[in-house]
Structures are given as C-alpha cells and as structure tokens.
Design a binder for this molecule. Structure first.
Ligand SMILES: [Cu+2]
Length: 118
C-alpha cells in the first residue's frame, strides 16, 4: 500500500513539470517562421531573366541559355540548362535572344515561359 502511494506521488510530481514546460514552449508559433525562412533562402523561387539560346535538346526536354545576372535568385551571369516543355522549345531557336520566366528548386531550373525578344 505504501509503495503504491509513493509511486502515485512520484508520477504526479514528475508528470507536472513535463506538462508545464510543454505549454509555454509553443512550438506551433515557431514553425511558420522556419518555413518562411526556407522559402526566402531559395528552396524554391521564381524569377525572370533574358539571355541567348545556346542549345535545344528536345529529347531531354531542356534548353541551354546563356543568361545575364538574376538578382531575384542571386545568380550571376552564366550558361546553363533549363527544363522545358516541347511547346516551350518549339517557340525558340538556337542563337535567339529570349526573355523567360523560371522556377528554381536547388540546382534544377524549370522554365515557366519563354519567348523571343523583339
Ligand atoms: Cu544560371
């Protein structure tokens, strides 16, 4: 009988501080902030740029563009490949100056739209 009472008291004493520290921590409050920071650091961003078409690979579904600096995603000028749909690839030719919109997720950039400059 004595043991049960002691155990009960211990559970009560140990149980309460754990419960008490969980309440004011408010992890729910901090989570949206973390997600926002990840988005801002470029986990996924959309941007506009212009450049020159260097190569078109319709089998891979990609277009290589020598583009100027893109401040929105902190890119310097460079030549790189963008994922593109067959419809997007059909709108441009190698050597053309183009304006395009894209989204970047890590090292992968995907065209949202592309059109020749006039
Ligand atoms: Cu680039």
């Amino acid at each position: 009988m004595k043991n049960y009472t002691l155990l009960g008291a211990l559970t009560l004493v140990l149980g309460q501080p754990v419960f008490a520290t969980e309440m004011p921590a408010m992890p729910m409050d901090k989570m949206p902030m973390k997600e926002m920071q990840m988005e801002q650091s470029g986990a996924m961003a959309t941007a506009q740029a212009s450049g020159t078409v260097k190569a078109i690979d319709s089998q891979k579904g990609s277009v290589t563009i020598a583009h100027g600096p893109v401040p929105a995603v902190k890119w310097p000028a460079m030549t790189m490949g963008f994922k593109a749909t067959p419809e997007q690839l059909a709108q441009v030719q190698v050597g053309q100056q183009v304006m395009f919109e894209f989204k970047s997720e890590g090292m992968t950039a995907t065209l949202l739209s592309i059109k020749p400059m006039q």
